[in-house]
Design a protein around this ligand. Structure first.
Ligand code: SF4
Length: 467
């Protein structure tokens, strides 16, 4: 048994690094990193585990380093992100110099050109490319020279790399019960939560769809047995958790299984408030009723664009009429809805971007997130942008929140995309009728506090100059 530290490193900005995505938080929230939660279940079965989330604890580098020194772990598994890469590697170099720990990192920035990224980061010994398999266990306390799937690590003779490649997950997979109790659960917040404390739960991994701007299809798609999920929910109920964020990338892909989960939650008195991400063509109307009855209060849909042609070009074959029908059905079932939109996709001019904004204003949405197109590692969009000469292969800044700028396309310069994004936020959130509806729909004191806190973040995002 080794002493292992699971780490979310500190940052000068409010970074979210999780599930092979990294960005700046659009307001002040940080939700529990499901990457760390899943790894906590896998690691705690065999090792002494310590969790340190320096982001949510708002620790400085110095404070975080002192906490790591006090623990003196033999191995550290740390989150990293493309949005925070320069800070992450500088901090991990400090950790490397201050400890004897073997340091493994996981994050979007390491998914592509992993060996080149490790060359840039002398504080990182190994990269982990999947958090839903037990492959990490072969790295602890340190690897023995064998090839490990989903792991790239520095050769033991100090030269070259041992590269196990990345495997796409398929079929059923298992995660021993994540050790939520080791995380500072009272500190986590999420913009849609209506009660507290909250945590995140995973029922599947990856995504079976194939949107070209998204990294999830490259991970494969696997399902966790429902009995494992229920066991975790029962534990969370006893731990006093009130709110769950199901962090599946597309919740409800298998309708029968989803109904089974919702009914089991109702029958076992697992009465959480909960929210999820999904697609408008996945959730059938009868499912929405059952989801609402089991505590679902908010669903966030990836709507992405107001142009069916753009959606089709990027592999998201969804009709606008279907979007409207599903949102209306959610409202009928008493479920709030949010949508994510992408501005600045290559091929879209200003007129088409404004079509997306017009759709956002027309739909009966409670929340909207306006992101910018970024060439995330391993995506079709990235390959396309490199081939078109829009970005260099070594370009690794991939903050889809848009708070650190955008990527110019042939049709729109980066500055224009950022300006359109800020205009979209202002026009969506500062409509008097919208503000009144949000006020009338408040569901709890927690909801009120969250919305006020979130509103301050939206104000800063809509008028701020973060780059
Ligand atoms: S955008 Fe959503 S539906 Fe499309 S591949 Fe990604 S997670 Fe799946």
């Amino acid at each position: 048994m080794s002493r292992v530290l699971l780490l979310n490193p500190p940052g000068t900005k409010n970074y979210i690094r999780d599930y092979f995505c990294s960005k700046l938080s659009k307001s002040h929230y940080i939700s529990p990193p499901v990457t760390m939660l899943a790894l906590s279940g896998i690691l705690a079965e065999q090792h002494e585990l310590i969790v340190l989330d320096a982001m949510v604890e708002a620790l400085s580098r110095k404070q975080c380093l002192a906490r790591i020194r006090a623990v003196m772990p033999e191995a550290i598994i740390t989150l990293v992100g493309a949005a925070s890469w320069d800070e992450d590697r500088a901090f991990l170099e400090e950790v490397k110099n201050a400890t004897t720990a073997y340091i493994t990192a996981i994050g979007d920035v390491l998914l592509e050109d992993t060996e080149i990224r490790l060359e840039e980061a002398c504080g990182i010994d190994a990269a982990l490319l999947n958090f839903a398999t037990p492959d990490i266990l072969a790295l602890i306390p340190r690897p023995d020279g064998r090839i490990i799937p989903n792991v790239v690590y520095r050769g033991l003779d100090g030269r070259g790399y041992v590269n196990g490649g990345i495997t796409k997950l398929q079929g059923e997979f298992h995660i021993p019960r994540p050790r939520h109790e080791l995380f500072p659960l009272r500190r986590y917040r999420f913009p849609f939560m209506v009660s507290h404390p909250m945590t995140a739960v995973l029922t599947d991994y990856g995504c079976p769809f194939a949107c070209a701007f998204c990294v999830m299809p490259t991970l494969g798609f696997g399902l966790r047995p429902l009995c494992e999920v229920i066991e975790e929910l029962i534990f969370l109920k006893n731990l006093g958790i009130k709110e769950i964020f199901f962090l599946d990338q597309t919740f409800g892909v298998q309708g029968k299984r989803t109904l089974e989960l919702c009914r089991a939650m109702q029958q076992s008195q697992l009465r959480f408030k909960w929210s999820c991400f999904s697609r408008v063509d996945v959730l059938k109307h009868d499912m929405l009723e059952v989801m609402a009855a089991s505590g679902c209060h908010t669903i966030i849909f990836g709507v992405e664009s107001g142009s069916e042609a753009t959606l089709a070009r990027y592999g998201k074959r969804v009709k606008l009429e279907r979007i409207q029908r599903t949102l209306a059905a959610c409202r009928k079932a008493g479920i709030r809805t949010g949508a994510t939109f992408i501005l600045g996709l290559p091929g879209e001019n200003e007129v088409q971007a404004r079509t997306t904004l017009a759709l956002a204003l027309k739909l009966p949405l409670d929340f909207a997130a306006f992101n910018v197109a970024v060439p995330r590692a391993r995506t079709g969009l990235r390959a396309q942008e490199i081939a078109a000469g829009l970005i260099a292969r070594e370009e690794s800044i991939m903050d889809q929140s848009g708070r650190q700028g955008a990527v110019s396309t042939r049709e729109l310069p980066a500055g224009k995309i950022s300006a359109l994004r800020q205009e979209a936020i202002r026009r969506f959130y500062f409509r008097p009728a919208y503000l009144l509806r949000r006020l009338l729909c408040l569901r709890s004191w927690w909801d009120f506090k969250t919305q006020v806190w979130d509103g301050i973040g939206v104000l800063a995002d809509a008028w701020g100059r973060e780059k």
